[in-house]
Design a protein around this ligand. Structure first.
Ligand code: M1P
Length: 244
């Protein structure tokens, strides 16, 4: 029986946008010693952010690295897939999505606004009302404000209505932004690269709720999913399930 354990990154292996800590590394070390068991990550972030958080020297723990939900995918360090949102949507629709998002964000009254409101990635577009160049403190301030005032939830409702014909999905994965990608390009996208090779696929994520970016893979019949609240919770689950 071959088993794959897939992890979300933010809020599951690391605290949101922060670096992996020692207890998690020690847990991964114990896990990879189990026979017929491989590890993988699937995150909304791009490879650059995953490197910052997990540190390249720890990449060897993971047989699979799925960045941007697997739109950019690596197996044993080799690139096995790269799919572009430009090819799927076309330039006119991309412009419409960006213009509509910028127009909406320009009307928002939020505590502060900084820079990089749109981050264009390979397989998705990240929309960020506060601006990705905000400080850690400004990030937390926006996150609290958003929890109270539902800034991102309302923006998702608006975009779903305005851009209905584009067949896009708007997903809230982290603390300050929304990931936009064609429907179906959620985290289940990565399963096509592993489903035939494993008898069991476990998934651990902190956002397995409707609208959260772990939801689709969390309810997919190909995975056995566990909803965690933070990295310590992930460790507790792993210790129990794999007896390590
Ligand atoms: O991995 C979860 C999310 O992490 C970041 O979100 P935020 O900056 O809003 O906390 C982004 O990289 C996002 O794309 C990703 O889904």
């Amino acid at each position: 029986m071959k088993t794959l354990v897939l992890f979300d990154v933010d809020g599951t292996l690391t605290k949101s946008r922060l670096t992996i800590e020692r207890p998690m590394i020690e847990t991964l070390e114990k896990l990879i010693k189990i026979e017929n068991l491989d590890l993988g990550i699937v995150g909304g972030s791009n490879l650059k952010k995953q490197k910052e958080q997990l540190l390249e020297k720890n990449f060897h723990y993971f047989k699979y690295l799925f960045s941007e939900n697997g739109l950019v995918a690596f197996k044993d360090g080799e690139l096995i897939n790269k799919t572009s949102i430009i090819d799927a949507l076309g330039e006119d629709n991309i412009k419409r999505l960006i213009n509509t998002s910028l127009q909406y964000m320009s009307t928002l009254e939020i505590p502060v606004k900084r820079g990089t409101f749109i981050e264009f990635r390979n397989g998705m577009i990240n929309l960020c009302p506060v601006g990705r160049s905000c400080t850690q403190e400004e990030r937390m301030e926006f996150y609290d404000f958003d929890n109270k005032h539902k800034v991102r939830e309302n923006m998702v409702k608006y975009l779903n209505k305005e851009l209905k014909d584009l067949n896009m999905q708007f997903s809230i994965g982290g603390q300050i932004s929304i990931d936009a990608f064609p429907k179906g390009w959620d985290k289940t996208y990565c399963l096509q690269f592993v489903e035939k090779d494993y008898d069991n696929i476990y998934f651990f994520g902190d956002k397995i709720h409707p609208g959260g970016n772990d939801y689709e893979i969390g309810i997919d019949s190909r995975t056995r999913a566990f909803k965690v609240t933070n990295p310590n919770d992930t460790i507790t689950f792993l210790n129990k399930i794999f007896n390590i």
